[in-house]
Design a protein around this ligand. Sequence first.
Ligand code: KET
Length: 397
Amino acid sequence: MFSAVDYYAGDPILGLMEKYKADQNPKKVNLGVGVYYDNDGILPVLECVKKAEAQIANPVKARPYLPMEGLAGHRLACQELLFGKGAKVLEENRVATIATIGGSGALKVGAEFINQWFPQSKCYVSDPTWGNHIAIFENADVEVGKYPYYDAQTGGVKFDEMIAFFNTLNKDDVLLLHPCCHNPTGVDLTQAQWDIVLNLVQEKGLVPFMDIAYQGFGEDMEADVYAIRKAVDMGLPLFVSNSFSKNLSLYGERVGGLSVVCPTEDEATRVFGQLKFGVRRIYSSPPSHGGHVVDIVMNDDALNAEWVEEVYAMRDRIQQMREQLRAVLESKVEGRDFSYLTTQKGMFSFTGLTPEQVAKLQSDYAIYLVGNGRMCVAGLNTNNIEYVANAMADVLK
Ligand code: KET
């Protein structure tokens, strides 16, 4: 009966995790999936999360169905983090926010909404982007195109080409943008470049869809949302999908949010209703545990402050690993520029390694990078960095 069902080739990122797990080499290093490990190679449980979980567990609480939009405190947490506590746009009730099953769920619900209400719109993603962006939008029957972004020659952004391309788009076309810590390149726009992009978005009537999965890992909590707040200040309609997977180290809980900034309160009410309806059709309502953790940590001043410090500690350790890897590689490999390691932002570095070199790292050294040369720098630590640098030097020979 199922012999006509296609084999699944596996996901280029999540499939790597499966391979890594099965690898018996004691020296194996996981630099594939975007997950932060501490200097002992362990997935941390944040202190603020432990405290929140203690509150949830004692006494153990009943688990009713959540509303379709998720917990009010979870939604408020998304809004205040993205738009700022007391932001005018929040006071004016112009933001429709639902709690979602991670950033992935937010993208899915947003993509379905766009397909239903803006069926003519195409969605344009950066070249390259997180592979699942394309998959999620196409799976929602939204046509996906690519805009020029990463310049392999300079390691920067093809800014002029990108702007020229945006100029060819139609009103209501959607631009999938990464406000910080671009995945997979780690190459972000400057604030001056954001201003130019957003002015053009306004002029052409394009619709920004900002996907932020790494808030706090780039510059800081505020600077990382510069583009989001600027778009709001300019009065642009805006979609924002956000994830707490990385910055709360809550990967398996899959907590995130989808916010749609609308011109008026009435429109926000309509959009909010349709987002709820969208959720009902896909998974009815979100699970509750992760939402409670978000609610408790984010809405308690002391826990929130503790959380920010813990995120900055993760950010700083990644930065140290960037600097150390750059120094070791510069001492081992002549005639190659490794400055990208310290200029790129967030969890990822786009190494420029070819698929063959990435394959050799995996087969000869049990070091796992994504096939496009993306390295999750957060998988490096003081125990494995020399091993990784030697292996990279070898495959670059
Ligand atoms: N957006 C971006 C840009 C992103 O990198 C991820 C996850 C998500 C959304 C998904 O968020 P979540 O809350 O986990 O549903 N990226 C990492 C994990 C993955 O591929 O699933 C990664 O790129 O390795």
